[in-house]
Design a protein around this ligand. Structure first.
Ligand code: IMP
Ligand code: MG
Length: 176
């Protein structure tokens, strides 16, 4: 038996939306340079595809913070596992995240990054799952708003699997 996955957004739908986000960012940052901070591992696929659609100069940085481990519920514990290796002082930073769920991870991370003195700090998330929010997070760019379902694909995992799916789907674990 295998987990069941029902498609929520096709590869084409995601690509179209990323093109729109890229165009919006390119317009708003015209004449400037942007630093994308990709939050590993979940945002990896999205961040690369988004970067390709931005026409102003882009610097790509990576950061890894703890999230759920192999659970599907938030532990509420957030820690930096891999930090940036470049300062962001004076830069136009856009944090690129896969999904805002409870909001705990991003709330904490944005606060840390703000203290490092970027010129501007914005958030771009592929998905927003507002039903489970416990901490308010301001989203500047958002791909799709989704209902309270556990989804995988396009970088998002279930127990480290399915990050490579080219689409986004709802996973029903084997046996449920
Ligand atoms: P938050 O702190 O609850 O907002 O957690 C955000 C993180 O939880 C994301 O970066 C994801 O890694 C993970 N996450 C939340 N919802 C899902 C989901 O539906 N599928 C896969 N990962 C998820
Ligand atoms: Mg995850």
């Amino acid at each position: 038996m295998a987990d069941k996955i029902n498609v929520m957004f096709t590869e084409e739908q995601i690509t179209d939306r990323i093109k729109e986000l890229g165009a919006q960012i390119s317009k708003e940052y015209e004449g400037k340079e942007v630093t994308l901070i990709c939050i590993l591992k979940g945002a990896s696929v999205f961040a690369c595809e988004l970067a390709k659609r931005i026409t102003v100069p882009v610097q790509m940085e990576f950061m890894r913070v703890s999230s759920y481990g192999n659970e599907t519920v938030s532990s509420g514990v957030v820690k930096i596992i891999q930090d940036l290796d470049e300062p962001i002082r004076g830069k136009n930073v856009i944090v690129v995240e896969d999904i805002i769920d409870t909001g705990r991870t991003m709330h904490y991370l944005l606060e840390i990054l703000q203290h490092r003195g970027p010129e501007t700090l914005k958030l771009c998330t592929l998905l927003d799952k507002p039903d489970r929010r416990v901490t308010e997070v301001k989203m500047d760019y958002n791909g799709f708003v989704i209902p309270d379902e556990f989804i995988v694909g396009y970088g998002l995992d279930y127990a480290e699997r399915y990050r490579n799916l080219p689409y986004i789907g709802v996973v029903t674990p084997d046996g449920e």
